[in-house]
Write a protein that binds this ligand. Structure first.
Ligand code: SF4
Length: 361
């Protein structure tokens, strides 16, 4: 399995999650945000699913599509309904107030907070209350080719996730082999982690015409995960002895306060709200004449390179690609340069699809 296939696999899992989450349900949840390659300084997940309160998600749209970072969240979540001096209204942030003032100005510039000056003091008032829109966080690790050594390499990361309890559920997604018992069941992965398989090979092959349009984008659950205790203190594993190396040192870890976990979850969710999973196109070359989006499995649009006649990944689809050719100017004549050519059309299409997942925007 190549890096190229891993990238496509990851996009397919994101597309599946957006349509079919929760697994084996008859209808998709209407309030799901899916993102990829997000996390913390120490841990980044391949796919993240945010289960949201439908009304809360709609209310979140009032603050715009751009994320609220941790500093903005502190101001927005604590802003009072009536005018108040900001130092009286907000809890002490744990860092100097001058940074809070900067966040207040940023929020005012974005039009999501009201400010005024009285007796040389900044007063603030909220425009809308910030809803509790996030319900659950689900992390999926994608390993299309889960060999025994890949599973061994993955295990410490999964143990870290289980001990931390930042996500409510952790899953591993891999390729379906069609065997009576999927090999992933025999790998020594933590029992708290769910296992699902995707019939990736048939999706890659496409239908009989070879265009990959037909087929059902689906996944099979082989093991359900245990719900992790996100509201209890987590254990952050900092260092562990090397198994089989005669390393007798003790593991090092630290406890993580539930409040810190809640704040981190919300900050990641805010980033997911801004980016979604289709932001991959921002690091690719949709302005290349060979770039296109192809529909796989009844509608999941994935990047396709006509020069290579296959799916390409974000790394190879860059300005350094030897086969890159800019789209000819004649392709842009309709509406160009205001609306751009097909490359911009691709971005707009993906942006439209992303916005469908964010009601109220
Ligand atoms: S030729 Fe290169 S830059 Fe163009 S679409 Fe293919 S991979 Fe991307």
């Amino acid at each position: 399995m190549t890096g190229r296939s891993e990238f496509t696999f990851e996009l397919l899992v994101c597309a599946w999650a957006e349509r079919k989450w929760p697994p084996e349900s008859t209808s998709a949840s209407p309030a799901i945000i899916v993102a990829r390659q997000l996390g913390t300084k120490r841990r980044r997940w391949d796919t993240l699913i945010f289960e949201c309160d439908p009304d809360g998600l709609r209310d979140r749209a009032k603050f715009g599509s751009e994320r609220l970072d941790g500093d903005l969240l502190h101001v927005i979540r604590n802003a009072p309904p009536d005018w108040q001096y900001y130092r009286d209204a907000l809890p002490h942030p744990g860092y100097p107030w001058r940074y809070v003032r900067k966040s207040i100005h940023r929020a005012a510039d974005r039009g999501i907070l009201e400010t005024r000056k009285r007796r040389n003091r900044i007063e603030i008032r909220r425009k809308w209350s910030y809803s509790d829109w996030l319900r659950r966080v689900v992390a999926i690790e994608n390993k299309p080719d889960l060999t025994a050594s890949a599973a061994r390499a993955l295990t410490p990361q999964l143990e870290y996730d289980v001990a931390m309890g930042l996500a409510d559920e952790v899953w591993v997604a891999t390729t379906e082999t069609g065997e009576r018992f999927e090999p992933v069941l025999f790998e020594d992965l933590p029992v708290e982690v769910g296992l699902l398989t995707v019939d990736y090979e048939s999706i890659e092959r496409g239908d009989s015409t070879g265009d990959g349009v037909s087929g059902v984008l689906d996944a099979t659950v082989h093991w359900y995960p245990r719900s992790l205790e996100t509201d209890k203190p987590g254990t952050r594993i900092l260092e562990r002895p090397t198994i089989g190396d005669g390393d007798a040192s003790a593991a090092r870890f630290e406890y993580v306060d539930p409040g810190e976990k809640t704040a981190t979850r919300l900050e990641i969710a805010e980033r997911a709200y801004e980016r979604g999973w289709r932001s991959y196109v921002e690091t690719m070359r949709p302005d290349c004449r060979y770039f296109e989006l192809r529909s796989k499995c009844g509608g999941a649009l994935l990047p396709w390179c006509r020069a290579h006649d296959r799916s390409q990944n974000a790394r190879e689809c860059s300005g350094g690609c030897p086969a890159f050719e800019p789209e000819p100017p004649t392709w842009r004549t309709r509406g160009w340069p205001i609306e751009g050519g097909p490359g911009q059309g691709v971005q707009q299409l993906l942006e439209t699809q992303r916005e469908r997942q964010r009601p109220g925007l």
